[in-house]
Design a protein around this ligand. Structure first.
Ligand SMILES: Cc1ncc(COP(=O)(O)O)c(C=O)c1O
Length: 400
C-alpha cells in the first residue's frame, strides 16, 4: 500500500507534529500545491474574458474542474456553481431561493448540532419573513428519520441539516430524510462540509435538493467550494452577488439579465487558483478511493476510542462506533487549557464550541476537545495522542 504521507509536504516540514484538526481544515497534498502553482506560473490570466489562447486554457481547466467536481458527488456539470465555501453556498440558498418560497408562519427545521453557517442564514430569513425556526428532536444526540418525521408539521417548508456533524461526528440517514421531506413537499438541504471529505457522496442517490461543501476540508485550497442544486431549483435561485461575469446584458434603464446557467452565481473574477486546486484534490481522493478513506479512518478512530475509554480522566461525549470524530474533555481541565497542553506535545486538536453554539445543551458541556483524523494519520500518532491524554491529574504539571 502506498504511503500517502509522502504526498504531503506538511509532514516533511513538521516531522513531530500530530495533526488531528482535520475537521477544521485538511492538509494539502503536493498535487494541490502544484495545481495552484501551475496556474500562477504558466497561465496567470483571467477567466471567461480573454480571446487569446492562455485565457482559453484557463476556461478549459475551469470547465473540466466543474465536470470532475460534479462527478465526485454524482451531479451534472450544470448543477455545480463555484462558491467561496459552504458558508457562501448556504447564504446563496437562503437568500436566493428560500427567501422566495417562505412565508409568515412557515417553519424551517434545523438541529442543535448545526454549524453557524447552517443556522444564521436561517435566522436571518426567519426574521425577515416572520417564519419559525424549529429543531429536530434528538435521540441520544442523533438525528434519525423517525425524529425528523416527528418534528415536521404542515408548516415545515425547509429541512437543512449537516450530513455529518462537525462536533459529534454522527452521520444522518440523508436518503431516508430526503424521502420523508419530499413526501411532505419539503425542500431538503444538506450541509456537506464534513461528509464530502470522508464518505462517498451521491447527491442523486440521496435525492437532496441542495448540497454544499468546501474544498479545503478535503485538502484543497481555502476560499473555494461547490454549491449543488437540482437544475429546476437553481433556475429559481436568484444570484446573491451581482457584477461582471454573471450577466448577459444590462442597460441604462437599470434592467439586467443574469445568465440562465450556474454562471449567474459566479460574479466577479473567480478564485481561479482555488478552482485548479479543487480539481486536483477531488481527482486525488477519487484515485485513492473514498471506501479506502472511510475504512482507514474507522481503524484510526476505533483505536483512539479504545485507548481513551481505558482512561479515567477522560470524558467522551460520542463514544459510538458511528461517529467520525471524537469529542471529549479531560476531567477538571478547561477544554482550551487542555488543547494548549496537547499543543505542548505537538498534537493539534480543536477546543471550544466548534462554531456549533447550540450544542452545549445536547452535550452537557460548554466546551469540548475535538480529535478529527484523516486517512493520512497513523496508528503511531493515535497511540501517542492516547499516551498524552492519559497524563491524568498530572496533566497540568506538564505545563509548568
Ligand atoms: C458542518 C460544517 N458546516 C459548515 C462549515 C463552514 O465551512 P466553511 O468555513 O468552509 O465555509 C463547517 C466548517 O467547519 C462545518 O464543519
Amino acid at each position: 500500500m502506498k504511503d500517502y504521507r509522502l504526498d504531503y509536504p506538511f509532514f516533511k516540514n513538521n516531522p513531530n507534529t500530530i495533526f488531528f484538526d482535520n475537521a477544521a481544515t485538511a492538509l494539502k497534498p503536493q498535487c494541490v500545491i502544484d495545481a495552484v502553482t501551475y496556474y500562477y506560473s504558466h497561465l496567470s490570466c483571467n477567466a471567461h474574458r480573454g480571446d487569446y489562447n492562455l485565457s482559453y486554457l484557463v476556461d478549459k481547466q475551469i470547465a473540466e474542474a466543474r465536470r470532475d467536481i460534479a462527478n465526485f458527488i454524482g451531479a451534472n456539470d450544470n448543477e455545480i456553481a463555484f462558491v467561496s465555501g459552504t458558508t457562501e453556498g448556504m447564504n446563496i440558498i437562503a437568500n436566493g431561493f428560500v427567501s422566495k418560497i417562505i412565508n409568515e408562519g412557515d417553519e424551517i427545521l434545523i438541529s442543535e448540532l448545526e454549524h453557524a453557517s447552517n443556522v444564521l442564514p436561517w435566522f436571518k430569513i426567519a426574521h425577515q419573513k416572520k417564519a419559525e425556526i424549529k429543531y429536530v428532536k434528538l435521540v441520544n444526540g442523533k438525528i434519525t428519520p423517525e425524529s425528523v418525521k416527528e418534528s415536521i408539521t404542515s408548516k415545515t417548508k425547509i429541512i437543512s441539516l449537516a450530513y455529518i456533524s462537525n462536533v459529534l461526528g454522527y452521520k444522518i440517514d440523508a436518503r431516508e430524510i430526503a424521502k420523508i421531506a419530499h413526501e411532505n413537499n419539503i425542500i431538503f438541504i444538506l450541509d456537506g462540509a464534513q461528509s464530502t471529505p470522508h464518505i462517498k457522496v451521491d447527491v442523486k442517490d440521496i435525492d437532496c435538493d441542495f448540497y454544499v461543501f468546501s474544498a479545503h476540508k478535503l485538502g484543497g485550497p481555502t476560499g473555494i467550494g461547490a454549491l449543488y442544486g437540482k437544475e429546476e431549483h437553481l433556475a429559481n435561485t436568484d444570484p446573491y452577488n451581482l457584477g461582471g461575469g454573471m450577466n448577459k446584458k444590462f442597460g441604462k434603464d437599470t434592467n439586467y439579465d443574469p445568465y440562465n446557467s450556474v454562471r449567474k452565481f459566479e460574479a466577479g473574477t473567480p478564485n481561479i487558483e482555488g478552482i485548479f486546486g479543487f480539481k486536483a484534490i477531488v481527482n486525488y481522493l477519487s484515485e485513492i478511493g473514498m471506501d479506502y478513506i472511510e475504512e482507514r479512518e474507522r481503524i484510526l478512530r476505533d483505536r483512539a476510542l479504545d485507548g481513551l475509554r481505558k482512561l479515567d480522566n477522560i470524558i467522551i461525549y460520542n463514544d459510538d462506533p458511528e461517529a467520525y470524530t471524537i469529542s471529549f474533555n479531560v476531567k477538571d481541565v478547561f477544554a482550551q487549557d487542555a488543547a494548549s497542553l496537547f499543543g505542548k506535545y505537538d498534537i493539534c486538536l480543536r477546543a471550544g464550541q466548534h462554531c456549533a453554539k447550540l450544542i452545549d445543551g445536547v452535550m452537557g458541556t460548554y466546551a469540548s476537545l475535538r480529535c478529527s483524523m484523516y486517512f493520512y494519520n497513523t496508528i503511531e500518532e493515535v497511540d501517542e495522542f492516547v499516551k498524552v491524554a492519559s497524563k491524568g491529574s498530572d496533566f497540568l504539571d506538564a505545563y509548568f
